[in-house]
Design a protein around this ligand. Structure first.
Ligand code: PGA
Length: 254
């Protein structure tokens, strides 16, 4: 079985000195210990990517973008292509984060286009889905997630693997300190796994990591990561502290 993926989403946080220190601290933790059974990924703000990439070079810690454009190049001021992310050493890119969907009005169709562009560039997109509090309270969480999955996921890369990662992030749990219960996570992840199996086949679904995100901390990580069909975590706030991020990574079962 592949190790769980622990991805740090730094969002729009930190200056050059902060990013350098955080990456160097994580590298020191990674080099000093060999007990972590997880794949690690850092997604810093776009201008820091080459710098953090230099620090992580030759280490097993991977680099990812927080967003990409659906087009390979062109007149798109302020955007970054998936090809450029790949060229500067990224392995992954987050697409369809709820903050992008809300702040930039990104539709699931656009997220699907971005995911396809990422895969065409050789990146693994981390495709985010998740319901709002109102949708959960109205009993619509699984329906909303089902629609997002249907519309945001591209066709898979083949019968053995889809080539992407899915992240379930309930909007009400992001940055709030509130986490979904292991029971909620089990229900949603089992649902997503069923949808992936139906669309891509059981083999490809098994190979597709389904991350949980939303206030993952050292104190709750072990319980969340132990839930069936949880393939890792997408970590925001706690990824800005090296010790916390490392403690989360150490929570992955051996
Ligand atoms: P959080 O963010 O860990 O700060 O809740 C998670 C995310 O938005 O990916």
């Amino acid at each position: 079985m592949q190790p769980q993926l622990i991805a740090g989403n730094w969002k729009m946080n930190g200056l050059v000195s902060d990013g350098k220190a955080l990456a160097a601290d994580l590298l020191a933790l990674q080099q000093g210990q060999d007990g972590v059974n997880a794949a690690l990924l850092l997604c810093p703000p776009a201008p820091l990517l080459p710098l953090i990439g230099d620090i992580l070079r030759d280490s097993p810690i991977q680099l990812g973008g927080q967003d990409c454009h659906a087009k390979a190049s062109g007149a798109h001021t302020g955007d970054t292509s998936a090809q450029l992310l790949a060229d500067i050493g990224c392995s992954h890119v987050i697409v369809g984060h709820s903050e992008r969907r809300a702040d930039h009005g990104e539709s699931s169709a656009e997220v699907q286009d971005k995911a396809m562009a990422a895969m065409a560039a050789g990146l693994t997109p981390i495709i985010c889905v998740g319901e709002t509090e109102g949708e959960r309270d109205a009993g619509r969480a699984l329906a909303v997630i089902g629609d997002q999955i249907a519309q945001s996921l591209p066709d898979g890369a083949g019968p053995e693997r889809t080539g992407f990662v899915v992240a379930y992030e309930p909007v009400w749990a992001i940055g709030t300190g509130r986490t979904a219960t292991p029971g909620d996570v089990a229900e949603v992840h089992t649902h997503i796994f069923g949808l992936l199996s139906a669309r891509f086949g059981a083999g490809a679904a098994q190979e597709t990591a389904i991350l949980y995100g939303g206030s993952v901390k050292p104190g709750n990580a072990a319980d969340l990561l132990a839930v069936a069909h949880v393939g890792g975590a997408l970590v925001g706030g706690a990824s800005l502290k090296a010790d916390d991020f490392w403690a989360i990574a150490r929570s992955c079962a051996a």
